[in-house]
Design a protein around this ligand. Structure first.
Ligand SMILES: Nc1ncnc2c1ncn2[C@@H]1O[C@H](COP(=O)(O)OP(=O)(O)O)[C@@H](O)[C@H]1O
Ligand SMILES: N[C@@H](CCC(=O)OP(=O)(O)O)C(=O)O
Length: 376
């Protein structure tokens, strides 16, 4: 394969979401492909050593369950699919735990539903848990909680789930490993002359036209992968659709080789994040700041420290969005606050060194970090 250097988010980023599809994991339905899973585990262990935090989104519960139960046809009824997922999921997580163990890595099972990601409180809980696991160097293995989801409340496919998780953990990259070498200009199963698309903007409307549906084990085919890339791009993540059977695919991507299809976001992560902050959140409260803090925020691009805050209004939780106002009532900025309203009220006007003795703990030194703050 021809190699070339690809842009830097893959070579520099520190957090990846890697999604592995059903067809790939089960070698087209022949039970879990242990040899390949072992190879991905080895590569992920190598990425971890290079300082990359990895969240694995793994499909394959239904496919693994079908194979465990000796079923050759995907069942039509919801309860049989859910039963197969329940049988397969245990096999799946057991396999990952066993195969990461030789590298001294632990795994954790995270089963999510659509509600977990749309309800603000559950969203923050999921985010905190994932961050805590990553900080402990554990590999979260995410799947949709198939046994409790019905069609109405499903995310529906793990490409989309992978993108939502990439948004959730603010990943630099979403890597969608599949059974083809990437996105082609036509479905290679139907058209042997199809050629690989190497690079595109995630939001390019022309991509949708080339994306066909998936195989009999997968859910979404390429259409959901492109939608996922668009979703991941909203928080500035790049998406790569690549062949999971390509030798050392993950470590080669890290090394900057052009493997698979690289789908670029329009905005860098920080810019995307700030745009999202500026436009999409309801304010849960206010922090009124003095003129010194206003100068630090507006002119020097600094974080907001408790010492510059004069009062706290509203009822907000840690991680929620608050307005930052001047003493004259002008909205200067908005941002995600590191302390809830009660704790913030206790530390206003105090230096960072005082936080621990006032609260008995310290979350972060700043009330709002500048990466989580957008000046209006
Ligand atoms: N333009 C395309 N390029 C590549 N594959 C495509 C394209 N359109 C449709 N496909 C199909 O998408 C399938 C991969 O999607 P899917 O079966 O959902 O896999 P996964 O389980 O990896 O999500 C491929 O096997 C291929 O047949
Ligand atoms: N949650 C399902 C996976 C659904 C799914 O999106 O599959 P795929 O298209 O293979 O990634 C399972 O584990 O079987």
């Amino acid at each position: 394969m021809k190699t070339a250097l690809v842009p830097t988010p893959l070579t520099r980023g520190t957090r990846w979401v890697v999604k592995i599809g059903s067809a790939l994991l089960t070698n087209d339905g022949k039970g879990l492909d242990l040899l390949r899973i072992e190879q991905w585990a080895a590569q992920i262990a190598e990425l971890k050593l290079a300082g990359i935090e990895v969240v694995l989104v793994s499909s394959g519960a239904v496919a693994a369950g079908m194979s465990r139960l000796g079923w050759t046809e995907r069942p039509g009824s919801m309860e049989l699919l859910q039963a197969a997922a329940a049988v397969g999921q245990t096999k799946l997580v057991q396999t990952y735990e066993d195969l990461f163990q030789p590298y001294g890595l632990h795994t954790a099972q995270i089963l999510l539903t659509h509600d977990d990601l749309s309800d603000r409180k559950r969203y923050l809980n999921a985010r905190n848990t994932l961050r805590a696991l990553l900080a402990m160097a554990v590999i979260p293995i995410v799947n949709e909680n198939d046994t409790v989801t019905t069609d109405e409340i499903k995310v529906g496919d793990n490409d989309t789930l992978g993108a939502l998780v990439a948004n959730l953990v603010e990943a630099d990259a979403l890597i969608l490993l599949t059974d083809q070498d990437g996105l082609f200009d036509a479905d290679p199963r139907q058209n042997p002359h199809a050629t690989l698309i190497r690079h595109a903007q995630a939001t390019d409307p022309a991509l949708v036209a080339v994306a066909g549906s998936g195989g009999k084990l997968g859910r979404g085919g390429m259409a959901t992968k492109i939608r996922a890339a668009q979703l991941a791009a909203r928080s500035g993540a790049v998406t790569v659709i690549a062949g999971g059977r390509i030798d050392r695919v993950l470590t080669r991507l890290r090394a900057g080789e052009s493997v698979g299809t690289y789908l670029e976001p329009d905005l860098a992560p920080l810019v995307a994040r700030k745009q999202w902050l500026a436009g999409h959140l309801q304010m849960k409260g206010e922090l009124v700041i003095d003129s010194g803090a206003a100068r630090a925020l507006l002119n020097q691009g600094k974080s907001l420290l408790a010492v510059g805050v004069v009062s706290v209004k509203g009822s907000f939780q840690r991680g929620e969005c608050v307005a930052v106002k001047s003493e004259q009532g002008l909205t200067l900025a908005r941002g995600l606050v590191n302390y809830d309203a009660q704790d913030a009220a206790k530390i206003v006007g105090q230096s960072t060194q005082q936080i621990k003795s006032l609260l008995g703990f310290i979350n972060e030194p700043e009330l709002i970090h500048r990466d989580n703050l957008v000046v209006l």
